[in-house]
Design a protein around this ligand. Structure first.
Ligand SMILES: Nc1ncnc2c1ncn2[C@@H]1O[C@H](COP(=O)(O)OP(=O)(O)O)[C@@H](O)[C@H]1O
Ligand SMILES: [Mg+2]
Length: 243
């Protein structure tokens, strides 16, 4: 598989404290990559680095083999979409929240209308189109958030614990729908989660991040069934729970 984003010699510190140290990592075209690790391990920092949202203190980021400097970063960032645990919706209707990205890209009214209708349908929220975003349930708000990301037809979708705040039945339904969306659109996806069930269901490849370092990477099933020594403590706790 070809590399879509490559990072090299990344060293990010907060003051003196190293928070991310990655000699080399490749995000592959078309894959759904899981990122797991304890709180404070550097997962969100890794996501921001790959998404060009955090300047790498030291090191390089390549997109399709080309090193991304400040100038290219703006252009490349437009190919990405990010959804976080908190949906951060705007003070307006569901419709306008989903339309905003295309409006900012100066797309025609007709195109915007058609695409918003399409993504409302995909995420099963057509009935909420006129509703104010602040009056949605947590699950509904996250559906709007994901529709808002997908309408941009991103080359890479970055998801930072998007289901963590949802109750179990809501999460299960959205996780199923989201898996379909990613499969149908073949969107390269980076998915951070601390939930092993989500990771197992949604991702093909998994990296375990601890203390700012990638301790293990491989096919998800393999990493989970045979964690190496470094990752064993973290995965082991989960396995105990599930056995
Ligand atoms: N802007 C920042 N300034 C200082 N410390 C930070 C900053 N961002 C993250 N950190 C620290 O870096 C570490 C990794 O953070 P983060 O990437 O958010 O971890 P995770 O997402 O795995 O919980 C944490 O110890 C966090 O407190
Ligand atoms: Mg985080």
């Amino acid at each position: 598989m070809t590399s879509l984003i490559t990072i090299e010699n990344i060293e990010i510190k907060a003051g003196d404290k190293p928070i991310l140290s990655v000699p080399r990592f490749e995000l592959r075209q078309g894959e759904v990559l899981g990122v797991m690790g304890p709180n404070g391990a550097g997962k969100s920092t890794l996501l921001k680095t790959l998404a060009l949202l955090a300047p790498p203190g030291r090191g390089s980021v390549f997109f399709q083999g080309q090193e991304v400097g400040d100038v290219l970063a703006l252009e490349v960032r437009r190919k990405f979409a990010v959804a976080l645990q908190q949906s951060l919706l705007l003070d307006t209707s569901v419709y306008h929240n989903i339309a905003i990205g295309l409006k900012l890209r100066n797309r025609s009214r007709k195109e915007i209308k058609e695409k918003v209708a399409y993504w409302l349908e995909v995420f099963k929220i057509s009935h909420l189109s006129k509703k104010h975003a602040y009056h949605l349930s947590g699950g509904e708000a996250q559906r709007v958030n994901l529709a808002r990301a997908m309408i941009l037809e991103p080359e890479v979708l970055f998801l930072d614990e998007p289901f963590s705040a949802l109750d179990f039945p809501t999460k299960v339904q959205l996780l199923k729908d989201m898996k379909q969306v990613v499969e149908n659109t073949k969107t390269t996806t980076v998915f951070i989660s601390h939930d092993l069930v989500e990771i197992k269901y949604f991702t093909q490849r998994l990296i375990i991040l601890m203390d700012g370092e990638i301790k293990q990477s491989g096919p998800t099933a393999e990493v989970l069934s045979s964690p190496n020594e470094a990752a064993a403590g973290f995965i082991g706790e989960w396995s105990e729970l599930l056995s």
